[in-house]
Design a protein. Structure first.
Lengths: 524, 524
């Protein structure tokens, strides 16, 4: 509000000033946080639903279709079979056709959504006959299930996070809060994958985000429950596990009775898992059967063209040919652990809220870069903590979003989602550069002069823009049919690696200040 | 003044930012539902490209014959040049019939988005001299208008472009450039003759404001203005006159055989007239008086020539014309007495309100003609803002039946909610008594202390009175009835009842707005 009032004082000279400060959003900030949030989430809803008008993964593409059919098939299975049979291959449940390979919470969610579908359009979830079912109303209902999950889980989590985050850092200005909400809600990659491609990342990411918010507001037990739920919705949430583990461990170690605290958290984790896994706990076999579905180790170290270490380096070293899957599994595990070790150590030594957010970013990035069987969609996981930290360092964040989108471009093209890709990309550029450039002002002051790094970054950026067009228009040479995919992967990968270095250094730099200040707090 | 000049590019960029955000959403809306108007405009592209000018108005290849004035046909001719580059089938008069490929959808949708730049320019001209606050509120009202999105970018029309020209004309009148204003209005009439309702206002205003300064000078100016208008019309209709087609053009432009009301009744005076007629007929029948049942029914859609009224007198085009003029006359007298440029926007909007309320065969889309120009007035005072708030919601709601498919339902609801919230934010930030609490604690805040009191002193607080609140709750109830309760209780019986209810309910607000505007004009 300060800015709009200043604009009124003297129209001639001060208005100029206020304009430069991006005064154009004064009207948004007049009311309280909740109404602001409501307004922005309306916009988020609008964008999500308009994206969902477009095509989805595997539309009209038999025999296996795509993720849309997978989700629908799970609804079909869960609605028609008892919970014990969901993960078991049988005459009624052919696991080779989109067998359920996510943890039980996904199955429960499919069950609920399946009931919803059965109520309005029974044909879409009948056993066997509904395979490859596609219709106007069916698509609408399916899209609605994603939208409603987003609305029920991700949106409230964002609100919770905003409350927690800006309590911690109370110096945040209202305009910053507004932009921050906008950045988290309108994350182009998440919107494209969930509402375009068709997945339910909003649920697992929303639960993880709520867990983060709970940690920021010092409710560690709640955070454990929420994070376990997130893990039980998609095993990919493991990407965040090192950060949660190290932060909570670090915190417990600094309390009076570390062992008691740790065992309390452990009990909560076990309890949550037991509740979610209840139908499969009656025998060891049943639980192992589910587990084996979750860990698709037979699928190879990478698929398609994903911008991680294994896939990128396979241009030079043919990992798949040189080593058996067994040892590759070991390699990837060691590499991942090594990569996220520094950030874990930092959090155990000096747990702090900001350090925790950086820890999330670092651990998820190292999983993305080095772990086994990574999909291009997994970039969503590092992107979530990155959006949470967006206000800290806008420019690297913008670049990260750019490359995250870019790395998914081949996938988007396959799904026929180029138009929403372009529209969301443009929308992002607009949102990242609000009139007057308010929220990245702080960092702009300290921006480096023309250095080698910035020149390289600019060149790479321009290169990636050109590659978009080349990918769409030029046919690759016949000897290298995947030349452009490889180039996209290479560019994105190099950026992700740079980014990971950068964030690790940032996290460690943080601890220097925070150890001091935390100690200071304790004395008071 | 120098500083003003240097600010202009800044305003441009900010305005383009608003436009850009809207454009991204519009891009996302490309695959949404479009009405037959889409095919109408596609056919016109083909018509103008593949036939000589002399056959434009006589061709009957498709039922969607050209019924806009010549400039619009030239506009389509201009567009068809690009269309033929994109895909020659679009402009093929026979092969292109009901052509539904992606190319034609993308081309036509994008042509609407681009042509909206005309509106942006009009708004730029209108707002460039306003204070920041008023300017931004107006941008929210017009650039982000949900009604325009629904009609232009989903239903499919080119209203943004045409209204842009009207805005340009108004801005010229406000700046005192009467000749230019008159010229632009004449051009607009040759694009779409439905805008002619404001003709009397223009005529009286220009006569009194432009043609003044003594008899000699006045007559000279009248002659100049007349010459300009005649030149515009000659440019538009001349070629058709040359080909002897003028009769055909006129008969196409004024199809009076279409009946008093459109298939879906616009929320205007005639709805009440029909209801009254039905009610009276019902009552009289109860009292045993025999009444011949009308040959045509309103609920059947197209009405034709036969009288649909049982009791009340027949309505003819002439009588509607006289009623519009009668409704306008107090305003015309007012203009005659005191033609000052400040109120031009108010008078023009009033004229379109009269046209909407009493006109012959009015479409619900025509409410745009007065809602958009009223935005200029809405930022002028608190009462205007409060009046606009309700009117805008009601007219936007009255457009809901245009999008009747399930897929677009969330979009129209979210659009309306978002618009109401933004309006509410904008107006209440502009008109507020209390200094809002800010989270900010930086140095800049201190400077503003003195300014906030001076700002809030001038006007009251933006509030929606109990009447307005009841009205809004009523909208929710009408919508709930139409969507849930009616199908639940009555099933397929009386399918027109929900639509009728919407017409009546929104009609109440339009009539109220008409009275309010009239009172306001008389009080000035």
């Amino acid at each position: 509000m300060d800015r709009n009032n200043r604009g009124k004082v003297g129209k001639d000279n001060v208005e100029l000033d206020s304009n430069k400060n991006g005064d154009l959003c004064w009207w948004l900030l007049h009311k309280g946080l909740t109404s602001l949030f409501l307004c922005i989430s309306m916009f988020g809803l609008l964008v999500r639903w308009t994206v969902s008008l477009h095509s989805y993964s595997g539309a009209g593409n038999p025999p296996k279709f795509g993720d849309y059919e997978a989700q629908r098939h799970w609804m079909e299975i869960t609605v028609n079979l008892p919970a014990q049979d969901w993960y078991i291959n049988s005459t009624k449940n052919d696991l080779s056709y989109w067998g359920l390979d996510y943890p039980p919470l996904t199955a429960y969610q499919s069950y609920i959504h399946g009931l919803f579908l059965r109520f309005f359009d029974p044909e879409s979830v009948t056993l066997f006959t509904s395979r490859g079912y596609e219709s106007y109303i069916g698509k609408l209902l399916m899209r609605f299930t994603v939208l409603s999950s987003d609305l029920l889980i991700f949106f409230p989590s964002v609100l919770y996070f905003i409350h927690a985050y800006y309590d911690v850092h109370s110096r945040g200005r209202k305009a910053d809060v507004a932009w921050h909400i906008l950045l988290i809600l309108i994350n182009p990659c998440l919107v494209l994958i969930d509402h375009g491609h068709f997945q339910y990342n909003c649920i697992s990411l929303g639960l993880a985000l709520a867990a983060v918010a709970a940690i920021l507001s010092q409710r560690d037990l709640l955070a454990c429950v929420l994070f376990c739920l997130s893990l039980n919705h998609k095993q990919m949430s493991t990407y965040f596990a090192p950060a949660f583990f190290s932060h909570l461990l670090g915190k417990c170690l600094r309390r009076k009775h570390p062992l008691l605290e740790i065992s309390k958290l452990g009990m909560v984790v076990l309890g949550t898992f037991a509740m979610v896994w209840w139908p499969y706990l009656h025998s060891r076999n049943a639980a192992l059967q589910v587990l084996s579905r979750l860990a698709p180790f037979e699928r190879g170290i990478y698929e398609d063209y994903v911008a991680n270490f294994w896939c990128t380096s396979s241009v030079l070293i043919k990992w798949k040919r040189l080593f058996p899957t067994q040892s590759l599994r070991l390699f990837s595990m060691v590499a991942t652990i090594l990569a996220c070790l520094p950030s874990m150590v930092q959090q155990i030594l000096a747990p702090s809220s900001k350090g925790f957010l950086y820890g999330l970013l670092n651990s998820s990035l190292s999983f993305y870069l080095f772990s086994f069987q990574v999909h291009e969609k997994s970039i969503l996981l590092p992107l979530l903590p990155a959006t949470l930290l967006a206000m800290e360092w806008p420019r690297p964040f913008k670049l990260l979003t750019h490359y995250a989108l870019f790395s998914m471009f081949p996938l988007v093209c396959r799904d026929n989602l180029i138009l929403p890709y372009i529209a969301l990309y443009a929308l992002c550029i607009f949102l990242y550069h609000p009139p007057g450039g308010r929220w990245d002002e702080a960092t702009r002051q300290g921006s480096t002069p023309l250095s080698l790094v910035s020149v390289l970054l600019t060149l790479a950026y321009l290169g990636s823009l050109v590659l978009h067009i080349v990918y769409l228009t030029v046919r690759p040479p016949e000897r290298y049919p995947f030349l452009f995919e490889a180039l996209i992967m290479l560019l994105s990968f190099s950026h992700f690696v740079l980014f990971a270095f950068h964030t690790n250094i940032k996290q460690w730099m943080l601890s220097g200040h925070l150890i001091g200040s935390d100690k200071g707090k304790k004395q008071h | 003044m120098a500083s003003r000049q240097s600010m202009l590019p800044e305003i441009c960029w900010n305005l383009l930012w608003f436009f850009g955000v809207a454009a991204c959403v519009k891009l996302l809306l490309i695959p949404s539902y479009h009405s037959t108007d889409f095919e109408v405009h596609r056919h016109w592209l083909a018509l103008t490209r593949s036939l000589p000018l002399s056959q434009w108005y006589s061709n009957e290849t498709s039922p969607w014959t050209l019924d806009y004035p010549p400039f619009f046909a030239y506009f389509e001719y201009f567009l068809s040049f690009f269309a033929s580059l994109v895909d020659p089938q679009i402009v093929d008069i026979h092969e292109g019939l009901n052509y539904k490929a992606d190319t034609v959808v993308y081309f036509q949708r994008i042509s609407v988005i681009v042509s909206d730049l005309c509106l942006v320019y009009g708004i730029y001209r209108l707002t460039r001299k306003l204070e920041t606050q008023k300017r931004v509120v107006m941008w929210i009202l017009v650039i982000w208008s949900p009604a325009l999105v629904i009609v232009d970018h989903m239903h499919f029309q080119y209203n943004g472009f045409l209204l842009g020209m009207l805005m340009l004309s108004i801005s010229c009148l406000q700046d005192g450039r009467d000749l230019m204003g008159g010229f632009l209005f004449a051009v607009l009439l040759c694009f779409k003759h439905l805008f002619a309702v404001a003709g009397p206002v223009y005529f009286v205003y220009l006569l009194r404001h432009y043609c003044r300064g003594g008899l000699f000078k006045g007559l000279g100016r009248l002659a100049t203005m007349g010459a300009v208008v005649v030149a515009v019309f000659a440019a538009a209709f001349g070629p058709f006159f040359y080909h002897g087609q003028i009769q055909q053009v006129i008969s196409r432009m004024f199809p009076f055989g279409r009946g008093l009301c459109h298939a879906y009744w616009a929320p205007n005076f005639w709805v009440f007239y029909i209801i009254l007629d039905k009610g009276l007929a019902f009552l009289l029948k109860k009292f045993g008086i025999d009444i011949p049942t009308p040959a045509a029914s309103f609920t059947g859609g197209l009405v034709g020539d036969s009288s649909p009224f049982a009791v009340l007198p027949q309505v003819t085009p002439l009588s509607t014309f006289i009623m519009v003029l009668l409704a306008l006359s107090p305003c015309l007298v007012k203009i005659w007495k005191n033609p000052h440029p400040g109120s031009v926007a108010r008078w023009i909007s009033y004229a379109y309100t009269c046209g909407f309320l009493f006109g012959w065969h009015v479409h619900e889309k025509a409410s745009l003609h007065f809602v958009i120009p009223l935005a200029i007035v809405a930022v002028q005072s608190l009462e205007d803002a409060q009046h606009y708030f309700l009117l805008s919601i009601a007219t936007c709601y009255s457009l809901f039946p245009l999008l009747y498919e399930a897929q677009e339902y969330p979009i129209k609801v979210v659009l309306l909610l978002l618009h109401s919230m933004l309006m509410w934010f904008g107006f209440s930030a502009k008109y507020s008594k209390v200094k809002p609490p800010t989270i900010s604690d930086n140095k800049k805040t201190r400077k503003k202390g003195s300014s906030s009191s001076s700002r809030s002193g001038e006007e009251g607080e933006f509030m929606i009175g109990w009447g307005g609140k009841c009205y809004i709750i009523g909208i929710v109830m009408v919508e709930t009835w139409g969507q849930l309760l009616h199908p639940y209780f009555l099933g397929d019986k009386l399918p027109f009842a929900p639509l009728l209810l919407i017409s009546i309910y929104c009609g109440v607000e339009v009539v109220y707005s008409w009275v309010w505007q009239l009172k306001r004009i008389m009080a000035d």
